[in-house]
Design a protein around this ligand. Sequence first.
Ligand SMILES: Cc1cc2nc3c(=O)[nH]c(=O)nc-3n(C[C@H](O)[C@H](O)[C@H](O)COP(=O)(O)OP(=O)(O)OC[C@H]3O[C@@H](n4cnc5c(N)ncnc54)[C@H](O)[C@@H]3O)c2cc1C
Length: 509
Amino acid sequence: MDIPSLSSASVIIIGAGISGLGAAKVLSEKGIKDFVILEASDRIGGRIHKEDFCSLKVETGAGWIQGVGGKELNPVWELAQKLGLRTCFSDYSNARFNIYDQSGNVFPRSLASEAYERAVHLANERLRCEEAEVGQCATEEAPLAPSTPMELAIDYILHDFEMAEVEPIATYTEFGEREVLVADARGYDHLLYKMAQSFLTTREGHILDPRLKLNKVVREMEYGRQGVSVRTEDGYIYRGRYAILTVSLGVLQSDLITFRPPLPKWKQDAISKCEIIIYTKIFLKFPFKFWPCGPGTEFFLFAHSKRGYYTFWQHMENAYPGSNMLVVTVTNDESKRIENQNDEETLMEIMEVLRSMFGPKVPMAESILVPRWWNNRFQRGSYSNYPILSSPSDFRDIKAPVGPIFFSGEHTSEKFNGYVHGGYLSGTDTANSLLETMKTKSMALDSQRASRSSEDMAWGVAKRHVVHPWLFITDNLALNHSASSCLHKWDFAQQLFPSGKLAVDEAIK
Ligand SMILES: Cc1cc2nc3c(=O)[nH]c(=O)nc-3n(C[C@H](O)[C@H](O)[C@H](O)COP(=O)(O)OP(=O)(O)OC[C@H]3O[C@@H](n4cnc5c(N)ncnc54)[C@H](O)[C@@H]3O)c2cc1C
């Protein structure tokens, strides 16, 4: 039986996505080994997730590495290259010229080009209106809204795919304009496993390190001057001096975690201001190909009178040659609608769309895979999307610590929110801020102790001090815990199971 030790949980990291693992790696490299990672699901990776589909591994979460080939090296691209992850270049630029109508005709390039330019103009006008003082825009001519199926399809890809962010987009200006699709049988999450391997105990592809705890759903975080106490759904309580909370914005907006005391109003406002996008890639397997292949065909659009109705399509011939696979992407309200119906109904809708694009002979799909990011209570959406006119203070507030709780995750990255590299960089940033805080507190405590000890000397009292560099943190915690201040610190863990259930090996590490 492990003897619980208060000294070994200076930091509780919540979430084993790229942000949580990135933070843990930095702490470990800087000598803080006494952390515990609590992960709600039964795997690492979070929104980087592969699933088995028709003998292939497909990426139902993040698929691309965006920001490649620029003056700065995207850290995720660097890792992918080191591991020799198989990727293929994605060229979206043709999508707008492969627009199918409901009778299977492709719109002429000139018409599509014109519509595209009009849509860009409209988007800029809308932005100008939003930026203008209230009322100013109303006096000017209001831009015409898109109305035809083709206009709606273009407007949809502009707003839900290419131009959903404020220009210029730091990912592209700093890391480069190219995007590569990860298509490796080991999966995108191989990158996370390799990262974990550098600081957690692993064997034969499995993480065995007791500091990583899977299936631990955090439900309550009680925090104060002495630290943080974290209760998981299975009744365990973990205490630490600090916590790094990396759960998604969708989870923060839900009621999965209760904070005691409640988070301050400025933090709650920052959390509710930001939007969460739902992005659903539906995978379909066919007995044979009936779509065009070759250069300039990978992406195509379906123009329907309902905006966003199975609009964005990709064939997987570049990623998985010979797989006879298509992916159709839906977002937001359509994602919610589709998540809430059964896959048979979705398949019927998709078959109707495909037959209107490619004719009645299109064969029935053999398999369909519909990920459900919205209904997943550990995600509640796919990635954050800040309103176009967000201010730097919105980012400051969403990232700022509340007492001993440090916030991390892609949504806290001012420059790269929404992306895998945003998650990674937020984790390393947060860990470095925490280390800075620990250092400052340590220096303050040292000077307090020094002055106390000189007072003691003056009174002739012999005093022994804790020597472990990190013990002072938890030592301080125990001393301030009134109910247990008379206990030896090894007894402390038993106080953490109010139900009387003793699971010492699960107690604070
Ligand atoms: C469908 C989809 C497509 C995407 N496409 C791309 C793309 O092409 N390129 C790109 O760069 N990015 C893409 N993204 C975004 C990218 O995946 C994320 O930005 C990134 O993975 C976020 O990492 P994170 O560590 O911040 O959060 P997460 O990966 O969400 O990690 C948070 C972890 O916290 C856990 N958790 C939640 N609640 C609790 C709780 N109560 N207790 C304990 N643990 C909890 C979760 O299970 C999760 O493992 C996509 C995302 C999705 C869903």
